[in-house]
Design a protein around this ligand. Structure first.
Ligand code: AMP
Length: 216
């Protein structure tokens, strides 16, 4: 079974690709941003804690996120999964390796979606999300067939994420450079890293990722 991490800055297309890969490969998807947004909507203790960090474009503390992934891994039946949004720090990457090792498992691949930073703002700016099934759309680049209605599940209305404003996005990109980028050499040294050009069309990106996973 494939165990893969999707890495990239906000707007790189991780959410779009993770849903395609989930459908194509039948993998369990563990998307930490989705887990936290759901918890925030439901106002659970985790959601209330995470909300203030998310609104400020900051990372939720490692200890909390490692616990979230530990719980999520405990819930899935399969040994194949796709991680979107985790790990985001070196401490999380090391903790993930330990968690998997305890289960006799290891990652097969880490896909880094490389992007042009100046294009991220326009990608994020028109982004729309379905709050029911988490499918993502874009007013200009990937509009839903019927305005404001989710193509996947029919839910309406589609919403913009509260942390997708330009100011918070700039903070999230800075956080990516400072806290998340150091995990790229970590995975390169383990010979797990594949860099994919995230500026291609979404189907072209999916094709390249699938080709890459086939070789693993
Ligand atoms: P995403 O949907 O992946 O862009 O995540 C949205 C927000 O959730 C991030 O900006 C962080 O505030 C928080 N978040 C998601 N995953 C993590 C993680 N692995 N570590 C810390 N914070 C996270």
């Amino acid at each position: 079974m494939v165990r893969v991490v999707l890495l990239g800055p906000p707007g790189a297309g991780k959410g779009t690709q993770s849903h395609v890969l989930k459908a194509e490969l039948g993998l369990d998807l563990l998307a930490t941003g989705e887990i936290l947004r759901r918890a925030a909507d439901e106002q659970t203790a985790l959601g209330r804690l995470a909300q203030s960090f998310m609104e400020q474009g900051k990372l939720v503390p490692d200890k909390v996120m490692i616990g979230v992934i530990e719980d999520a891994l405990g819930e899935i039946q399969s040994t194949g999964f796709l991680l979107d949004g985790f790990p985001r720090t070196l401490a999380q990457a090391r903790a993930l390796d330990e968690m998997l090792e305890q289960r006799g498992l290891a990652l097969n691949a880490v896909i880094f979606l490389e992007t042009e930073e100046e294009k991220l703002v326009e990608r994020i700016r028109g982004r729309l999300l379905c709050s029911r099934c988490n499918a993502s759309f874009h007013t200009q680049f990937c509009p839903p067939a019927v305005p404001d209605v989710c193509d996947e599940c029919g839910h309406t209305p589609l919403m913009a994420r509260s942390d997708d404003d330009v100011e918070t996005l700039a903070k999230r990109i800075a956080v990516f450079h400072k806290q998340t980028e150091p995990i790229i050499p970590y995975y390169r040294e383990k010979a797990l890293l594949h860099t994919v050009d995230g500026m291609q069309t979404p189907p072209a990106v999916s094709k390249e990722i699938l080709n890459c996973l086939k070789k693993r």
